[in-house]
Design a protein around this ligand. Structure first.
Ligand code: GAL
Length: 343
C-alpha cells in the first residue's frame, strides 16, 4: 500500500497550490503539484532524480518549464500560425518568431483540479483542467486530464486525455529535467534511443520537413553512448542548439506503448527506461549558459546538468503534412501514455 501526503504549497497567481507526495513500498517518492502539474521531485534511495525546487515561489520566477505539464501544444509552431480547414489561427510568438509550449500562459501556469487515489501497488493523482475556446488562440474548449501514477516498481506512468467541442490541435507532454546521477552534468550518462531518424531544424528550431538518418552523425544513439561523446561535434545541427535540442522519430510508431529510450548512469548503475505511445521525443540536454538557471537550493544549474525526454508529436506538426497530425475532433479522444521507470 502506498502513502499519499499533501500539503498547502502557497499562493500561485492562479490560486492556492497543493503539493502531493506519493511514497511507494520501497520508500521512493514522487512529488507533484496541482500548479502546472509540476513534478518537483523524484527520490530513489534518497537521491534526487530531477531538477526542481521545493518552494512554489521559485517556480513563479522564470525557469525553463522545470517538471511542468505542457499544453495545449508542446514544442514549436512556426510563426505561431496554423490553419484548420479554411480557418487561420494566430498564437503568441513567445520564442523568437514561433509559439512554444502552449503560449504565454500555457497549462504549466494553471492550478489543476486534483484527485488523489491509492491502490495496492500504486498511487496516483489525476489532474484535470478546462481550457476555454480561444485560450491562447487555440480553437475549441478542451477538457484535459493527466493521471500521474507512481508504482512500487518505481515507475512513473503519465496518461493524458483530452476532448474538444471544436476541431483543434493537441500535443501534451511533460518537461521533467532528469539527472539520474543526482548532480553534476549528464555528459557521462549513456543514452540509447530506438530511433533511426531525427528531424533536422532551421535556426529557430523548426523542422525542415525532412526525416534525416542518424547513422554517421552525432544524433546516432541507436547503440548506447555517452551523451557528451558528440555533443560538441562540428555539425551544423549541433551548432544551432549548442548541443541536443531535437526531435527523434521513434522507430516503429503505431500508437502502442513501446520502449524508446534508456538512460544509464555508469557510476551508480542506475537506469531510466522510457516508454511511450507517441511518435517522437524531444531530447533536450539543457544547453543553458552556466548560471542562467538555478537548481534546488539556488545552486547554479551546470551546463547540460539534465536531460529532458519530451514525448510528443513532431514539432510544428500542424503545418507539416508529412508528420502525424495533432488534430483532435469533437467526439474523438486524445489519449497518450508515457512511462519513465527507474531501475
Ligand atoms: C525545450 C525546447 C528548448 C527550450 C526548453 C525550455 O522543450 O526544445 O528549446 O525552449 O524547452 O527552455
Amino acid at each position: 500500500m502506498q502513502r499519499i501526503s499533501s500539503k498547502a504549497w502557497g499562493q500561485s497567481p492562479d490560486g492556492p497550490a497543493t503539493l502531493y507526495t506519493l511514497t511507494n513500498s520501497k520508500g521512493n517518492s514522487l512529488s507533484l503539484s496541482d500548479y502546472g502539474g509540476i513534478i518537483t521531485s523524484i527520490k530513489i534511495d534518497g537521491v534526487e532524480m530531477v531538477i526542481g525546487y521545493d518552494q512554489l515561489e521559485d517556480y513563479l520566477a522564470p525557469n525553463p518549464y522545470y517538471g511542468a505539464l505542457i499544453g495545449r501544444y508542446g514544442n514549436r509552431i512556426a510563426g505561431g500560425k496554423f490553419s484548420i480547414g479554411e480557418e487561420d489561427y494566430t498564437l503568441a510568438a513567445n520564442n523568437g518568431p514561433n509559439s512554444l509550449h502552449g503560449g504565454v500562459k500555457g497549462f504549466d501556469k494553471y492550478v489543476w483540479k486534483a484527485a488523489p487515489s491509492s491502490g495496492d501497488n500504486r498511487a496516483s493523482v489525476t489532474l484535470s483542467h478546462v481550457s476555454p475556446d480561444g485560450d491562447e488562440g487555440f480553437p475549441g474548449r478542451l477538457d484535459v486530464s493527466c493521471k500521474y501514477e507512481w508504482t512500487d516498481d518505481d515507475e512513473l506512468r503519465l496518461t493524458y486525455t483530452a476532448t474538444t467541442d471544436k476541431t483543434t490541435i493537441v500535443n501534451l507532454t511533460n518537461h521533467t529535467y532528469f539527472n539520474i546521477s543526482g548532480g553534476g552534468n549528464v555528459r557521462s550518462q549513456l543514452l540509447q534511443l530506438d530511433a533511426d531518424q531525427y528531424t533536422p531544424v532551421d535556426e529557430t528550431l523548426i523542422p525542415l520537413g525532412t526525416l534525416a538518418p542518424v547513422a554517421g552523425t552525432p544524433f546516432d544513439f541507436t547503440k548506447a553512448k555517452p551523451i557528451g561523446q558528440d555533443i560538441a561535434a562540428d555539425h551544423p545541427q549541433i551548432a544551432l542548439a549548442s548541443g541536443y535540442d531535437h526531435n527523434w522519430a521513434i522507430n516503429g510508431y503505431n500508437g502502442k506503448l513501446r520502449e524508446f529510450a534508456t538512460l544509464r548512469d555508469p557510476a551508480s548503475g542506475r537506469q531510466l527506461s522510457c516508454y511511450t505511445t507517441e511518435p517522437g521525443v524531444q531530447v533536450f540536454t539543457a544547453n543553458f549558459k552556466p548560471g542562467l538557471f538555478s537548481g534546488r537550493d539556488h545552486t547554479p544549474l551546470p551546463v547540460q546538468g539534465a536531460i529532458c525526454l519530451e514525448t510528443q508529436h513532431f514539432p510544428d506538426s500542424p503545418n507539416q503534412e508529412a508528420f502525424t497530425t495533432p488534430l483532435l475532433k469533437p467526439g474523438g479522444t486524445y489519449r497518450t501514455t508515457t512511462v519513465y521507470r527507474f531501475e
